[in-house]
Structures are given as C-alpha cells and as structure tokens.
Ligand binder design. Structure first.
Ligand code: ZN
Length: 149
C-alpha cells in the first residue's frame, strides 16, 4: 500500500490537518463506494470546524471506474442544503474501485483548492476497504488525518 505503487510522480509530503468523521457517516461513504462498484462514486462531506455532520452522495456522470465528474445539479443542491444549515463543505470524497487510496494524476490535475481535503475510498483489496484523506497541491500531496468519532 506504499505510495510508490501508484503510477505517480508525487509523494506524500507530511501531514496537514485532521478531519473528524462520525463512524456512521464513514460507513455510509464505504457503502456508497461498494454500491457504485465497479464505477467510482463521489460525494461531499459537510460540517463545521473540521467535524463532519452530513454526507451527500452525488452522481458520477462519467460512470467510469477511473474517474468521476459530479452532476452539477446535485452538487449545487448539496451546497445549498449545507448553506441552509450553516454547514460548509469540509471534504470531497470519491472511490477507487481497482486502485490504491492515493490521488491519481487526474485527481491532481483537477484539484481546484489545495486546502480542500480529498477522501479516497479504495476497494482494491476485496472485502477490505481502505479510506485515506489528502490535501492535493499541484506540486505536493499532504496526508490529512482522519479521526473517527
Ligand atoms: Zn481518484
């Protein structure tokens, strides 16, 4: 599970921060990934001050096992719902049905905010989902700790 297994030029440059996720929401993300398998799933985690209070499943328009594009309509209504409950976007998650939990080159290319944590749920090992969080910069990748609450 080392980063060098990825076909990638970037390596982890240390740790940036911490995201707190309730166990039930953590499990819901894994369920989502397994339900969409062999396609990538994607979604948002909303909350406050680094603590997640709600997950939002968003349709992957690509229906692909190597990339995702969020349905802009669903993206918008999730952000609206967060706004209405004075929550904010804390992290973006997606799954890797066949590869390790490490950002792919596509993931790096399409990052729009290097401070926004990306969570990757890997289903590469059958029956053993692995969840990791990162902050992705164009030149570096930082690990984000996950604390289950
Ligand atoms: Zn990815």
């Amino acid at each position: 599970m080392a980063p060098h297994e990825a076909t990638h030029f970037l390596e982890i440059q240390g740790s940036k921060g911490m995201i707190r996720i309730p166990k039930v929401i953590y499990q819901r993300m894994i369920d989502h990934a397994q339900r969409e398998h062999p396609h990538e799933c994607c979604g948002f985690l909303g909350g406050k001050d680094g603590t997640v209070s709600k997950s939002f499943e968003i349709r992957n328009l690509e229906e692909s096992s190597v990339q995702f594009s969020m349905d802009p309509q669903e993206e918008l209504s999730a952000l609206e719902e967060m706004g209405n409950s004075s929550a904010e976007l804390i992290a973006i998650y997606h799954s890797h049905p066949h590869t390790i939990p490490f950002p792919s080159e596509k993931d790096v290319q399409k990052v729009f905010d290097p401070e926004m944590p990306s969570i990757i749920i890997s289903l590469k090992e059958k029956g053993k989902p692995v969840v990791k969080a990162f902050r992705i910069d164009k030149e570096a990748i930082y690990l984000e700790e996950i604390e289950l609450i």
